[in-house]
Design a protein around this ligand. Structure first.
Ligand code: 8Y7
Length: 268
């Protein structure tokens, strides 16, 4: 018998890198970002993830000042206009975390799992939730030669160690989301194994978060370009939900919620 999984919620992606919202490629328009944020909330997103640092494979690093310049006007506008939506900020930099928390962010989504100097202590001194994501290598080089003896066991061990580092500084487990980091230093086989065995990544009192929206693992299986990966992503959302995932990070809020509601109607 399948145990009733916890309800799965959706986190809408609000990308603030210049290729997404641009005005001559130099200014990010908070009003355009707000409209997309409002659209995703109307579609049923409970969280929004705001990111000013591109973490795509091969993407160049962004300075702290540039990241803040992209993020803060949008965060302040969205915070004011959507007071009941949980706002997550996608960053690995302690200075950006601190500014985001001061501006009312509810969550820090860190693809580097709080490994920057000062990050753990800063989060411990706050009340925010955190996503700890696994990545092998760094965004510039991670897809060059991903290698594991046992990808599921190694990702599980990494996440367990990061949970321990968090609890040691006083960050309670219920504030933590764990994420295997699909596509972050993983080849297709690694990604498929992690999805098949997602449940093994659970840690007591922590939640699971996954992000697979439009990613290349879908493209590789289905031979589809990035704008035709929705159905593949929905299949992965169902597989994640049946393994107890609490939060799914996606560009496609409405269709993801539709498959989750149908899945939960059967499982509950
Ligand atoms: C993920 C993510 C990205 C993910 C978490 C993309 C920022 C690449 N992917 N954060 N960020 N999990 N927690 O294609 O899988 O969205 S960026």
């Amino acid at each position: 018998m399948l145990a009733t999984p916890p309800a799965t919620h959706v986190m809408g992606i609000l990308n603030l890198t210049p290729d997404s919202f641009s005005d001559g490629g130099r200014f990010l328009d908070p009003q355009a970002a707000l409209e997309q944020a409002q659209r995703m909330v109307e579609e049923g997103a409970t969280y929004l993830d705001l990111g000013g640092e591109s973490t795509r494979p091969g993407a160049p690093a962004v300075s702290t000042s540039e990241e803040l310049r992209r993020l803060m006007p949008v965060l302040e506008t969205v915070r004011e206009q959507l007071p009941h939506t949980k706002l997550s900020v996608d960053t690995s930099k302690s200075a950006v975390m601190q500014a985001a928390i001061a501006a009312g962010a509810d969550m820090i989504n860190d693809v580097n799992a709080l490994r920057a100097p000062g990050a753990l202590e800063l989060i411990a001194a706050s009340q925010v939730e955190v996503c700890l994501m696994h990545m092998q290598g760094d965004p510039r080089t991670m897809q060059q030669q991903p290698h594991y003896q046992d990808v599921v066991a190694q990702v599980q061990q990494f996440l367990a160690q990061r949970v321990q580092s968090c609890t040691q500084v006083g960050i309670a487990r219920h504030r933590l989301y764990l994420d295997p980091g699909f596509g972050f230093g993983k080849n297709l086989q690694h990604n498929l194994l992690l999805m098949k065995h997602l449940k093994q990544l659970q840690q007591p009192d922590c939640k699971l978060l996954i992000g697979v929206s439009r990613k290349s693992l879908i493209g590789a299986v289905l031979d589809k370009p990035v704008n035709q990966r929705l159905y593949g992503g929905l299949a992965l959302a169902v597989l994640a939900a049946t393994q107890g995932t609490h939060l799914i990070r996606t560009h496609d809020v409405a269709p993801t919620l539709e498959v989750l509601r149908m899945t939960q109607a059967v499982l509950s």
